[in-house]
Design a protein around this ligand. Structure first.
Ligand code: ZN
Length: 292
């Protein structure tokens, strides 16, 4: 089987107003690496996300700007994870003190990750350059500060890490900083925008936008059911639930799977469908059982 992520182009033009420059940070979770997007059709572009400060990235970005004879007007950020904000400083060093726009009001989770002079972008606010109007959609869940961006001219959504490209798997919702219930609400919000296409933070553009989002929702609801039927056999720890549910997943991915199962349990706990056997214990250090 060919892997669609192999040989993913370093610079890619997706439409007359959207191109991407790879963050050069490929790994198991980022797929071919983070997409950093240049958006707009005139001389001034918005740069959406900045990669991870990988070697060679800023040079590659400069090459893309030169090829299109354009410059960066400002930087928009989907969320404060290091593979999206890690390049801000190096980009500003090369291209000047560009303004940074992001959701800055989730300070607990963001400690130290937001540039001090970042401008808060509220839900519904727009960033505009020639040929592109980007509307911020506050969509927390994967991260407490997550924004997606609706590109009015294409009715397309830049999804950050809320939706990943084909072949990269499902986005990890961490127990700390993540919120699975919020994430599912955010997916419904994206569906409500009736997008014609999705530009994920990792991987290729998705044309079957609604189907793709509905698949993610289905996958999460399936996990809920698997966890509940696992606990129907009796109390179990997160570790043993992972062992019984993720039978096809290599062991080295089990810590990530444990985060995912933990996030499901925290959601089910809020819904009063499961409880901790030792009330108040850390999620990973107790068994869980049905009830509420
Ligand atoms: Zn992320």
């Amino acid at each position: 089987m060919t892997n669609p992520l192999e040989n993913f182009p370093k610079i890619m033009r997706w439409s007359e107003r959207v191109s991407s420059v790879l963050g050069l940070n490929p790994n198991l979770f980022t797929g071919p690496g983070t997409n950093t997007f240049l958006i707009g059709s005139g001389r001034k572009r918005i740069l959406l996300d900045t990669g991870q400060n990988s070697e060679g990235y800023v040079d590659l970005l400069e090459q893309a700007l030169e090829a299109e004879n354009c410059e960066i007007e400002g930087i928009a950020i989907t969320h404060g994870h290091i593979d999206h904000v890690g390049g801000i400083e190096a980009i500003r060093e090369r291209f000047g003190e560009l303004p940074v726009y992001m959701w800055t009001k989730a300070q607990e989770e963001l400690a130290g990750k937001v540039p001090r002079d970042a401008t808060h972008l509220a839900d519904g606010e727009c960033l505009e350059v020639e040929g592109a109007c980007l509307r911020a959609l506050y969509t927390p869940g994967h991260a407490a500060d997550h924004l997606c961006f609706f590109l009015e001219e294409e009715q397309a959504i830049f999804t950050g890490d809320n939706v990943l490209g084909e072949g990269i798997g499902t986005t990890v919702i961490l127990m700390q900083g993540g919120d699975l219930g919020g994430y599912l609400n955010s997916l419904q919000r994206l569906l409500g925008e009736k997008p014609a296409a999705l530009y994920p933070g990792h991987g290729a553009r998705i044309q079957q936008a609604s189907d793709c989002i509905l698949d993610i929702v289905d996958h999460r609801l399936l996990r809920d059911r698997q966890i509940l039927s696992g606990l129907d056999q009796g109390p179990a720890s997160i570790h043993s639930l992972v062992e019984s549910i993720y039978t096809d997943t290599p062991k080295f991915l089990h810590p990530a799977a444990a985060q995912s199962v933990g996030s499901h349990l925290l959601k089910l706990e809020r819904e009063r469908r499961v409880v901790r056997v030792e009330p108040g214990a850390e999620p990973l250090e107790t068994e869980w059982k049905l009830g509420g």
